[in-house]
Design a protein around this ligand. Structure first.
Ligand code: ZN
Ligand code: ZN
Length: 344
């Protein structure tokens, strides 16, 4: 038996994309921490737009704050074209709490941080510069972020409206959001970006998957348009400290969810097994079409039944496999893609 999510440790619930009053969110960092703690989370990254702030002084026993920020590039700056631009939004999560530099600082994008500091005074890498919406510029940004202590993942593909033939050329991304609760809850975008994930995997990007809130909290908790507590990551780690949790994220020791939980994920022989909270359906996704020989890639239930365990044979030609678990409310958990060279 080989564990894909580590056997040891425990799961910590995390929201890794979130906005506070330091940029365009409605809640202060303290209010966000309190709300997420009360909702059973153990990890929160406040990732304000273009503003890297150290929040680790709010960490406490049982609750870990990770540092990070969200950066962006877009192809049109004119506000009247704001419904049409293509944009890249990247989440930067600091690998250590002392990482504090802003990457490729273009003064045009720094409208929140400059409420508090002159743009020249912000800690940064390199000179002030002009960002362009080009693959080469975006790759320089990702490279610089990786070299300066950040994990970099790709936010809300469905909202960004990029050409996937551009995205497939981005180098150095460690993951993408398969679910972003903000764009779903407040703007009604598709409930997941699974097709984008499969497309990018097929194009050769080895990405992990996140589900985040991207909450701005313009609506109160409990409101149908509230963007908190909808997408989360369950990170399995032996300790709740900065270094251990970052290592678990970098290693892909987590799954993304909007509801169901995964208790165990492992290989036994050539079969992948999942044990999960009571579910209605479990789906196997692979690089080619998923039906093969005697394998049925979709396990369903009759009325009143539930699934808490599923297994699928993994075939060498699968390229990668990943699982989706759907509960009776239609909410889903997503494993990352595991490539057959990791499994067989
Ligand atoms: Zn964004
Ligand atoms: Zn955001």
């Amino acid at each position: 038996m080989r564990y894909l999510l580590p056997e040891k440790g425990q799961f910590y619930k995390a929201n890794l994309h979130c906005h506070s009053t330091l940029s365009d969110g409605n809640l202060t960092p303290e209010e966000l921490k309190k709300a997420y703690k009360e909702h059973g989370y153990s990890i929160l990254a406040i990732t304000d737009h273009e503003y890297m702030v150290d929040h680790t002084d709010m960490s406490e026993e049982g609750f870990l704050m990770l540092n990070g920020y969200e950066m962006y590039v877009k192809d049109m700056m004119e506000p009247e074209l704001s419904r049409f631009y293509h944009t890249t939004h990247l989440n930067f999560i600091a690998k250590t709490p002392d990482v504090n530099k802003h990457i490729m600082v273009d003064p045009r994008f720094m409208r929140y941080a400059t409420r508090y500091h002159a743009v020249e005074d912000l800690p940064r890498v390199g000179d002030l510069c002009t960002r362009t919406y080009t693959v080469s510029c975006i790759n320089r940004i990702i490279k610089q972020a990786n070299e300066n202590g950040y994990l970099v993942f790709y936010n809300h593909p469905v909202w960004s409206r990029e050409d996937l033939t551009d995205v497939m050329q981005y180098q150095g991304l460690m993951g993408m959001e398969i679910y972003n609760h903000g764009v779903y809850a407040t703007e009604g975008y598709a409930s997941d970006d699974a097709q984008t994930y499969d497309t990018l995997l097929r194009m050769g990007q080895r990405l992990k998957v996140f589900a985040n809130d991207d909450n701005h909290n313009k609506y109160p908790f409990g409101d149908p348009l509230c963007d908190s507590f909808g997408g989360f990551n369950m990170i399995k780690a032996e300790k709740l400290d900065y270094e251990t949790v970052i290592a678990a994220i970098a290693n892909g020791d987590f799954y993304a969810s909007t509801g169901p939980t995964i208790e165990k994920l492992y290989m036994e022989g050539n079969k992948i097994h999942v044990e999960c909270s009571p579910a209605r359906e479990v789906f196997l996704r692979t690089e080619p079409r998923n039906k093969a020989k005697n394998r049925i890639p979709h396990i369903g239930t009759r009325a009143g039944e539930v699934i808490t365990h599923a297994e699928f044979e993994v075939l060498p030609e699968d390229g990668y496999v990943r699982l989706e678990i759907m509960d009776h409310a239609g909410k889903k958990a997503y494993t990352r893609a595991y490539f057959v060279d990791e499994l067989l």
